[in-house]
Design a protein around this ligand. Structure first.
Ligand SMILES: Nc1nc2c(ncn2[C@@H]2O[C@H](COP(=O)(O)OP(=O)(O)OP(=O)(O)O)[C@@H](O)[C@H]2O)c(=O)[nH]1
Length: 573
């Protein structure tokens, strides 16, 4: 797979995955926010409902306690008001006890507090006077029925009990004693606590003196306890039958609880308590009930969205694959999307048009490029041919120029350098001598009595003589690495690089002798042969007089040689 293909796969994968991820995130966020909101609302509702429930139970419990006490109070009051003082008290008391089984004991005492009768019968030897008990003294003092606070019994055991008592009247309506019934403190609320325990509710009942009459199992109190001066006591003292209180460490195991407290008509106080954990449990259950459908909805939406996304992504992949075929392999396959959404089908159609047009444009461009290439090759061929022609002509021209330059520097008669050639050679060799710090020597050679030669043998013979002398000098020049030139008429110059005056004298003598030795006949020369006179000079770089002075010195020397008789050499001073 090429880099482009990998990029396309990544693109489509990330498109679908990102859509799904985004949707899932939004869904979860919505569920979370609505869950938190609903949970908070539920919490508030639960709290309100809990407050209502506890308030109602507290109210009912208060009424129940009051009813229980009032019923039992009514029983002893009726007995005290209606039964004759000399009644068969054991039978009366027994019948009442049968009808009010919550009475664990009942007794009748006379005005002094002596017990006249008791059910069950008091054990032999137990105390028979109850004048010190509030259930006796209070009715006797006020002449009204009385409900006691909780206290510890002594006649039939010492459990915590609550007593109800009423005055006993004789036939004349005078107070003749007291009728009393005792109930176990737990029995005052027994029915109610059984119901409540099933509802996880606990009940705490305090009498008018603030002593515990009843505390449900799980609470850290027992009958007759007094509450410590903590928050619970404050809540009970300020009981209003409505407000929901949350108290930590309310249960014996340290658990916290929610409670509502109320006051009974008798002035007793009741607190109905529920463990706070129960509210939390209910809240968790609420949360579960709320979130489960929401989560199921999110998953369903996610699943549906994935299917919808695939409906878009698959055709997009097809479009990309076709475009890649065209882009990388120039393969213009039309895009066909079966069952794709309308928008994507339109997109594919547009791409098909584009691919078609691009394909045609591509072909046109290729053809144009092929024509252009052919033309360029032709042009290159022509240019190459022209360049070869130019090179050939240039070479011919160069050769012609060289020949011309050679001709312009060569003496046509003798083939040695002409005056111009000799001057150029002189300048070049003098510059070279200066540069190398070496001397340059010059020989000026003149044929003797040449006028006579011409005169007697004719000008053409004179030319021939000049050519012969030039040939001798050319051989010598070659051997001596010297430059030869015809400076004019019958005069030649030989330039000898790196030669001092002595070396120049040696070469001058060689020249003179070579011409003489050639023995060319000269009818008007004293020697009968063609001879030359040679003047020579040598100058070093330190000589400021220059090349002209060198030639002038050699000329001077030549004149001296002529003057001194010819066919000789003479050096410059
Ligand atoms: N044939 C021929 N003669 C030439 C040429 N150039 C110069 N001459 C002749 O060379 C002669 C030179 O004569 P002069 O200068 O008087 O010298 P000379 O006769 O050689 O006498 P000295 O040099 O004093 O020995 C002249 O008669 C010129 O006409 C040439 O190219 N061809």
């Amino acid at each position: 797979m090429s880099g482009g293909e990998a990029g396309a796969t990544r693109l489509t994968a990330s498109l679908a995955a990102r859509a799904r991820r985004g949707l899932l995130l939004i869904g979860l966020l919505a569920v979370l926010l609505s869950g938190v909101h609903l949970l908070w609302t539920h919490y508030q509702l639960r709290l309100a409902a809990m407050a209502g429930t506890l308030a109602m139970v507290a109210e009912l419990s208060a009424e129940h306690v009051d009813d229980t006490l009032q019923h039992h109070l009514a029983a002893v009051a009726v007995l005290g008001a209606l039964a004759p003082v000399e009644s068969d008290w054991p039978r009366y008391l027994g019948e009442v006890r049968t009808r009010f089984p919550a009475f664990v004991t009942m007794l009748v005492a006379d005005a002094r507090g002596d017990v006249l009768a008791s059910v069950p019968a008091l054990p032999a030897g137990s105390r028979q006077n109850v004048a010190d008990r509030a259930y006796f003294s209070e009715p006797m003092r006020h002449g009204r029925p009385y409900v006691s606070d909780v206290f510890r019994g002594r006649g039939h055991g010492n459990e915590p009990i609550v007593a109800v008592s009423a005055p006993l009247f004789d036939a004349e309506g005078r107070m003749a004693g007291v009728v009393e019934g005792s109930m176990l403190s737990d029995d005052v609320v027994r029915i109610r606590t059984g119901l409540m325990a099933r509802g996880d509710l606990a009940l705490l009942l305090l009498d008018g003196a603030g002593q515990v009459v009843h505390a449900s199992a799980g609470l850290p109190f027992a009958p007759l306890d007094r509450l410590p001066p903590d928050r619970l006591r404050t809540v009970l003292e300020q009981a209003d039958g409505r407000t929901l209180h949350r108290l930590a460490g309310l249960y014996a195991d340290g658990a916290s609880g929610l409670l509502v407290a109320t006051v009974t008509p008798l002035g007793w106080r009741i607190a109905v308590i529920v463990p706070e954990a129960r509210l939390r449990g209910e809240l968790l259950l609420d949360l579960f009930k709320l979130l489960l459908p929401a989560l199921l909805a999110v998953v369903a939406v996610w699943w549906v969205s994935a299917r919808v996304a695939r409906r878009f992504v698959d055709p997009l992949r097809e479009v990309i694959a076709r475009l890649r075929l065209f882009a990388f392999h120039a393969d213009p396959q039309p895009i066909r999307l079966a069952g794709a959404p309308r928008e994507l089908a339109e997109l594919a159609e547009a791409f098909n048009h584009l691919i078609d047009r691009l394909g045609r444009a591509f072909r046109d461009v290729n053809q144009a490029l092929a024509v252009q290439k052919r033309l360029r090759e032709q042009l290159e061929r022509v240019v190459a041919e022209r360049e070869q022609e130019i090179a050939r002509r240039t070479e011919e021209l160069r050769l012609a120029v060289d020949a011309l330059r050679e001709d312009s520097l060569t003496d046509a008669l003798t083939g040695v350098g002409n005056y111009r050639g000799y001057r150029l050679a002189l300048d070049r060799l003098w510059a070279q001598a200066l540069e190398r710090g070496m001397p340059l020597a010059a020989l000026v050679i003149d044929i003797d009595y040449f006028k006579f030669y011409n005169d007697s043998l004719g000008h053409p013979e004179g030319d021939q003589c000049l050519r012969a002398v030039a040939a001798i000098l050319r051989d010598l020049a070659r051997r001596e690495r010297a430059e030869l030139g015809r400076s004019g008429g019958e005069e030649f110059v030989l330039l000898l690089p790196d030669r001092d005056s002595a070396a120049a004298a040696r070469v001058a003598e060689q020249v003179r002798r070579a011409v003489e030795t050639a023995a060319m006949p000269h009818p008007d020369s004293p020697s009968g042969r063609v001879t030359v006179s040679v003047g020579y000079a040598s100058r070093g770089p330190g000589d400021e007089r220059g090349a002209e002075a060198l030639i002038a010195a050699a000329d001077q020397a030549l004149y001296r040689a002529k003057r001194e008789g010819r066919n000789r050499i003479a050096g410059a001073a």
